[in-house]
Design a protein around this ligand. Structure first.
Ligand code: AMP
Ligand code: TRP
Length: 342
């Protein structure tokens, strides 16, 4: 793993989060959750279900609770072991919201105004967006730094937010003469799957909020549905190209080949060597078989776990207790540094 701020002397610690907003998809799995599984082996890791972030846009309360359990189920079904990594929901640890307030007074308006995700999500009528949606990246910085986390596995779309978290950490350290108090968290983005695109439009990312269900492969899709979605995925009239050069200007084809590569562990070159020159009538069924092979066991285990909400909630409670034990002393130090009576 990359080194973090050279003088920060605390332990290496991994933190990441997923919003409980439904429709968990292949992009979430390949860009984030699969990396979480690998990282839990080597160091302390916290994997959060960010329900405070979810309410920056309207949520149905009962659905939100069910979706929180769904992410917990997905984490465990994908292979995150609650004995190795800490799995919990954000609202259960009040340090996130408390630190976010302090960071609100460190971050600058201009920094937040540059965030492209706010512009995308708020759309044309940004005056009507919630203040929380604008402030979203500050809460994200608080999530990470409440644990002094040093490494953050995320998909490509979170890069700008991570840069902001580094800026906030650096400014806090400087403003309060607390050199190296917070690490500058390192994003872990690289690798196949960092940016999975829609099956219907190779220029739009695969997203939970795309109105077309055919645009994404959900982790809850069964084998028949996965095969159907891949069959209907947009391509063009040409066969699979023989080399990487031939993917240029064919974003949908590049995406399908990228998905094959990420799921199989083969390089893009290897995939093209195997399928170059063949039509999509051959490539798509092969991709569908591979996707079903990798995803069906996860969705099956997710369904099994979701039948036991009490178990899932007990796991989250236990995780929150462990997370709290790390965050409370850090927050106490922060309060001391800022000048609160503690
Ligand atoms: P979200 O669904 O926004 O809560 O995202 C959860 C995690 O999945 C984050 O690390 C995202 O960067 C990652 N992610 C979301 N969509 C994609 C995608 N299309 N490709 C790769 N990673 C993604
Ligand atoms: N913003 C992230 C997303 O939408 C989710 C998130 C919230 C997160 N807090 C985080 C990711 C802290 C990494 C670290 O995907």
């Amino acid at each position: 793993m990359a080194e973090t701020a050279p003088r920060f002397s605390g332990p290496k610690r991994v933190f990441s989060g997923v919003q409980p907003t439904g429709n968990l998809h292949l992009g979430n799995y390949l860009g984030a959750i699969r990396k979480f599984v690998d990282l839990q082996e080597d160091q302390e890791a916290l994997y959060c279900i960010v329900d405070l972030h979810a309410i920056t846009v309207a949520q149905d309360p009962e659905a939100l609770r069910a979706q929180t359990r769904e992410i917990a189920a997905a984490y465990m079904a994908a292979g995150i072991d609650p004995q190795k990594a800490i799995i919990f929901h954000q609202s259960a640890v009040s340090a996130h919201a408390e630190l976010a307030w302090i960071f609100n007074c460190v971050a600058r308006m201009g920094w937040l105004e540059r965030m492209t995700q706010f512009k995308d999500k708020a759309g044309k009528d940004s005056e009507r967006a919630s203040v929380g949606l604008f402030d979203y990246p500050v809460l994200m910085a608080a999530d990470i730094l409440a644990y002094k986390a040093t490494h953050v596995p995320v998909g490509e779309d979170q890069k700008q937010h991570l840069e902001l978290a580094r800026d906030i950490a650096g400014k806090f350290n400087k403003d309060f003469h607390a050199e190296d108090f917070f690490p500058l968290p390192e994003p872990l983005i690289k690798g196949p799957g960092a940016r999975i695109m829609s099956l219907k439009d190779g220029c739009a990312k695969m997203s939970k909020s795309d109105p077309s269900d055919l645009s994404r492969i959900n982790l809850t899709d069964d084998a028949a549905m996965i095969a159907k979605k891949i069959k209907k995925a947009k391509t063009d009239a040409e066969p699979v190209p023989e080399n990487v050069e031939g993917l240029k200007g064919r974003p949908e084809v590049e995406n399908l080949v990228g998905i094959y590569s990420a799921l199989s562990g083969q390089s893009v070159e290897e995939v093209l060597a195997a399928y170059g020159g063949q039509g999509f009538g051959v490539f798509k069924p092969a991709l569908a078989e591979l996707a079903v092979d990798k995803l069906a066991p996860i969705s099956e285990e997710m369904r099994r776990l979701q039948n036991d909400p009490a178990f899932l909630e007990s796991q989250l409670e236990a995780g929150a207790e462990k997370a709290n034990a790390i965050a409370v002393p850090i927050l106490r130090e922060v309060k001391q540094i800022v000048g609160f009576v503690v």
